[in-house]
Write a protein that binds this ligand. Sequence first.
Ligand code: DX5
Ligand code: ZN
Length: 220
Amino acid sequence: MSDCNTRIIAPSVLASDWGKVGEEVRRADEAGADWLHLDVMDGHFVENISFGPQFVGAVRPHTELTLDVHLMITRPDKYLPMFIKAGADRITVHVEADHDVSATLKSIREAGLRCGLALNPATPFEDVVPYLDQIDLLLVMTVVPGFGGQSFMEKETMPKVAAAKEFREANGLAYHIEVDGGIDQETVKIAGENGANVMVAGTSLYGKPDMKSAIEEMRG
Ligand code: DX5
Ligand code: ZN
C-alpha cells in the first residue's frame, strides 16, 4: 500500500479509445501508470452517461493495476455489489449523492476494498469533514464532473486540497488526496504543491502518443 506522500498517476479510461479498450488499458500499464481511473456516470448525478460494472469487468482481465472506480451516480449504495463483483480495487462515492455516506463507505471496506469520498467544486470542504476518519482517499474534483477535457478550476478547489492535507496531519489520519479533471503536466504541479498525491488525468495522458514520457513528466 503506497502512503499518502507518494505521487500516484492514474490515467482516466474515459479519455481512451473505447473501441480498443484492452489495448488502451495495456498501454497505460506499459507506460508506467500506477492506478487506472474508471469514471462511472449515470446521466442523473451528472449530465453524461459513461459505462457501468460490465465495462469495469471487461477492463479487469487486461491489467493488474489498481482499478480506482469513481462512481458519479446518485445511488452508489445500490450498485456497490456489482462494482465489487466486477473487480474494483477502490471505490469512491460522492458526498452529494443520495445515500447514507457512512454506511456506503463501511460496506466498501467490509468487502475488502479501499473506500474514497468525492466532493464537487461547489461543495464546501466542511461537508466531508464528518467522514474523513472513515476513508482511505478524498477526491477533490477539479472540474464539474461529467466530461473530460475541461479546464482546471484552481481557485475553487486548491484551498480544499490544502485544508484536507492540514486536517489529515492535525488528526493523524492517512487518506490519499486525489484530484480529477483538467490535470496536465502544468496543473499537476499546483495540485501537488497544495497537497494532492493521486493525479487522475485523461486527456493529458491518453491524448499523448507517448504516454510513458507524459506520465514521467507528471511525476515531476
Ligand atoms: C469527470 C471525469 C473527468 C476525467 C478526467 O468529468 O472524472 O474529470 O476523469 O478528464 P480530463 O483529464 O480529460 O480532464
Ligand atoms: Zn473521475
